[in-house]
Structures are given as C-alpha cells and as structure tokens.
Ligand binder design. Structure first.
Ligand SMILES: *Cc1c(COP(=O)(O)O)cnc(C)c1O
Length: 401
C-alpha cells in the first residue's frame, strides 16, 4: 500500500484510467527518466535560456526541425507561435500584445478544426490579440476557401491533426502547407496527441506542436519545433503574454529526458502488452449480455488499438453513460473513454495501465452490468440529462458531490 501513500494522506480516490491521456486525470504516467531529470534539477539553479537551448537541440534532432523549445503545454505553444508570427523578434511589439495595431493579425483555420480540447482552440488564437478567419463550413472546406482568405493581414495558418476535428471535407495537410508556402504564410500544426514526430516538418510545416504529457509520458509541457526564425520569435513571447504560461526548469528538463527515453523505448513490447489487455477485455466482455465489444484502431493512425464497447440498453439494463457513471463512482474509480458515448458506446484505452488493472476494470464492468440487470435500476436518465448533471457538479467545485 506504500505506493498509494499520497492518496491516503490527501484523501484522494484512486483511479484506473482506461480513457487515455486526459488532462483531467493527470495526463499520463510520467516515465522514470523524466521524473529523475525533473527531480534532479529542482534543487539547482540553471540559466533557463541554456536549458531551453539544450531542449532546442534535442527537439530538433527528433523532429527534423531547425530549432525548438518547451512551452507550458500545447495550447500555450499555439498562442506563443501565433504571437511570434505577428511580432517577429521585435521586443517592443512582444511587450505590446494583445495590442496588434499595425501588425498582420489574421489567423486562418478550417472551420472543422475549431475544436475544443478542454478549451476552445479559438481562444488560444484570440487571447494573443489575433483575429480568427474560419475557412469554409464545419464539414466542407475547399482549397479556394484557403487561397481566397489569405491576404496582406494574414499572420499564420493553423492546422489541427486530431480525432476531435471534423474528419470529412477538410483540406489535407500537404495541400494546406503547399498553398500557404506559395503565399509565404507560416503553417503551425497542432499535433498535441499524435505519435508521428517527423512527417509535418518533412512536408514543410513551419512549426509543429506536441504535448509532453501525452504519449511521451513527460511532465506537463508543450514541445514546439520548427524554423529557427519563427521558433525564436515564439520563444521570446516568454517576455510578453506567455509569461502567463510559464514552464519551469523541471518541466523543461523532464521533457528533454522524456524525448530521449522515447527514442530508446521498446515500442513493440509496449504495444504487445497493451494488445494483451485489449484481448483480455474482448474475451471477458464478450460474455456479458448487453455488451458488444469490438477492436477499434485509432482514428488518426496512432499505434493504439482500443476496445469499443457498445451497450445495448434493452439487454444490459442501462444506458452506456449510466454504466460509465457507475464505474466512475466506485472505488477505485474506473474512467472509460466517453467522448462519443451519446452514440451508445465507450472505449477502453490500454495505454498507461499497470499489469492487473485491466482485470479490475474488466471485472467491474461485467459486475456493474450484472447488477443493473438484477436490480432493474437502469435506463433512468438521458444523455442530455447526464450532461446537465455534470455541468451542475462542476459548478459546485470545490464542494464535491
Ligand atoms: C490535448 C490537445 C491539446 C491541448 O494540449 P495541452 O498540452 O494539454 O495544452 C491541443 N490540441 C489537441 C489536438 C489535443 O489533443
């Protein structure tokens, strides 16, 4: 029980995370190399510019970019790069944001990319003082929308790669980059959750951004890589509005270590272990009345195979979201991936699990369904009702339940 010391000390509920890397759950399990590096630097002074220059070297070698730095998170990195695309390295302009008088201040982005990753991407743009120029409509945008919206005032183009974006009717990254390059507009690519560290730079993107705390298992941070001139202009925003999004020495050192560890990790055996969890769940849940498990490959091609679990309310005796809520309310709290749950299914994500947790999660799911069938106490509230309740609960914080 020693490893759970802090949970007892602070009276916290233990969580089994089968939802993936979620900010609201503490993102990911930080790899030992990053914990060690972060802890090591905590009790020392270091010139942050030196540490960030070292980060630049490591980020450049791993992404193929000219330079890089560590931001507070991906959202901060986006604001920082958009600011840099407006001000360049002019320190007076940097101190003057969000006043953009006399600067190019328009950011073009496909309407279907204006998503919410916990906060709206539009806010990462607009808080810098930039103006958003949405291209096309949610599920349909064509090359001419982009071509026609680029003009004198365009500072940058933002492109989001994610399962959150509308998946059809969008301009592909390669074409997007090519149109912008012909017009000298820098392209900033949000790859926060994507494993592919090299393709966007190879395609000619000017900046690409990853979260340190997601698949890499780093501390909270944003990895920003790209052309040196724009990277420098973005980095200098630490003397301006990005002072409000400060990364500390432990986050920078931990991110460098996480990147190095990623290169040395045995990805094949990690994937095989995760597959074992998914196969176990498929077997156990396949025997439960009312559940239909199915293998699901990642939406954007990341090497993650999840289990999609459809809940048939008439047979299972409860709705998918009721099952998710009952799993969450238990001890340990089991958190399934529920962002598409209104469709009647959820996902089990095997990343970051400790051996044995898959069994606890799988058995609890089977038990909750059996219990609901026996008691007949399910199918009580709709998805809209659930959403309303969750907002109500949020608005009571710090008073919990
Ligand atoms: C997670 C995510 C973000 C936010 O990343 P943070 O590092 O937590 O700020 C932005 N964009 C996408 C596509 C994401 O998945």
């Amino acid at each position: 029980m020693k490893e759970h010391g802090i949970f007892e000390r602070y009276g916290l509920t233990r969580v089994i995370n089968v939802s993936g890397t979620m900010t609201g759950l503490g993102a990911s399990r930080v790899v030992p190399e990053a914990i060690k590096a972060g802890a090591e630097i905590q009790s020392h002074f270091v010139r942050i510019d030196d540490l960030q220059a070292k980060a630049s070297e490591v980020i450049a070698s791993m992404t193929g970019a000219e330079a890089g730095f560590v931001a507070a998170c991906s959202a901060a990195g986006m604001s920082q790069c958009i600011s840099g695309s407006m001000t360049g390295s002019n320190l007076n302009r940097i101190e003057s944001l969000p006043n953009t008088d006399g600067l190019p201040d328009e950011v073009v982005i496909q309407a279907g990319h204006l998503i919410n990753y916990g906060a709206p991407v539009s806010q990462a743009i607009s808080l810098t003082g930039a103006r958003i120029i949405p291209l096309g409509t949610a599920a349909l945008v064509n090359f001419y929308n982009l071509e026609d919206c680029i003009g004198e005032k365009t500072a940058a183009a933002l492109y989001v790669v994610s399962h959150h974006v509308v998946q059809e009717g969008q301009i592909e990254l390669e074409e997007f980059i090519s149109i912008c390059r012909d017009r000298d507009v820098p392209v900033i690519v949000d790859m926060a959750s994507e494993y592919d560290l090299r393709s966007p730079i190879e395609m000619g993107a000017d900046v690409v951004i990853y979260s340190s705390h997601k698949f890499l298992g780093g501390p909270t941070g944003g990895i920003v890589a790209g052309r040196k001139k724009l990277i420098r202009a973005a980095y200098l925003q630490n003397r301006g509005i990005c002072r409000h999004m400060k990364i500390g020495k432990e986050g920078i050192a931990g991110t460098i270590a996480a990147l190095e560890a990623w290169e040395n990790r045995d990805h094949k055996s990690a994937y095989d272990r995760e597959q074992g969890y998914v196969n176990y769940w498929r077997k156990v849940l396949g025997d439960v009345d009312g559940l239909l498990p199915d293998i699901h490959h990642d939406w954007t091609g990341n090497p993650i195979t999840r289990l999609k679990v459809s809940v048939i309310p008439d047979d299972a005796g409860l709705f998918a979201w009721e099952l998710a809520d009952r799993l969450s309310a238990g001890e340990p709290s089991i958190q399934v991936r529920d962002d598409l749950i209104e469709h009647g299914y959820f996902f089990l994500d095997p990343c970051n699990l400790l051996p044995g947790e898959e069994i606890v999660a799988g058995q609890r799911i089977a038990e909750e369904v059996a219990l609901a069938r026996r008691r007949g106490d399910g199918r009580r509230y709709s998805f809209s009702e659930r959403r309303r309740r969750s907002v109500e609960a949020l608005l009571k914080w710090p008073d919990l339940l």
